[in-house]
Design a protein around this ligand. Sequence first.
Ligand SMILES: Nc1ncnc2c1ncn2[C@@H]1O[C@H](COP(=O)(O)OP(=O)(O)OP(=O)(O)O)[C@@H](O)[C@H]1O
Length: 221
Amino acid sequence: MIELSNLEFHYPGSDFKLKIDALNISRGSTTAVIGQSGSGKTTLLNLIAGILEPFSGSVKVGNTDVCLLSDKARRNFRIKDIGFVFQDFRLISYLNGLDNILLPFKINDSIQLNGETNIWIKNIAHEMGIENKLGKYPHQLSHGEKQRLAICRALVARPSIILADEPTGNLDPNNKTNIMNLLFAYARKNNATLVTVTHDYDMLKDFDSIIDFNDLTIDKV
Ligand SMILES: Nc1ncnc2c1ncn2[C@@H]1O[C@H](COP(=O)(O)OP(=O)(O)OP(=O)(O)O)[C@@H](O)[C@H]1O
């Protein structure tokens, strides 16, 4: 369960303010986050992941209050529990595809690489259709291939929460469907919680719930 309560956030020097009285997202559910550009969707994902700290209020994931964790504990939480697909991918330009996928293991020793992980990587790279691109560097990949690589990296440590910021934004209709189906299947099989920012309203019927920043229905979800 993800629980936000009495949360207030603003960026220093910006007029933007986010206020959420109560927002609960059940474990194992799939949620779409929609709303116009600049309404705060990415900010919400960053608050859940502990990348941003609220000005007041709390962000709880299971029994953990993310805001109360030390910097190190928060880093470990992010690596172990959260798979984040960033809108701008955040691939490392001097690492090839495989090393980009393995990044969570390289930057944090709280998770261990083992034989099972190698099989898992082959499996997700195959499902994403990029198994023959793992030796390539980001500048050698198309936009959609970079996106699929970023999704593989988000899944590699088998997170219990996936936060995906427009994960299908650069993909053709076929790849869009394949990738959303893969994320849904991962969530179902692992009882993982999927929170996806999307501008693709055709896909909304496939989610369990919707957080709509346009008409501020976030406290009703
Ligand atoms: N680091 C920052 N410093 C100051 N203001 C910021 C910062 N990041 C975002 N903002 C502002 O906060 C607001 C919400 O931004 P956010 O990225 O959460 O919107 P969004 O709904 O995800 O938009 P989009 O659909 O365009 O990705 C915007 O007005 C944006 O300009």
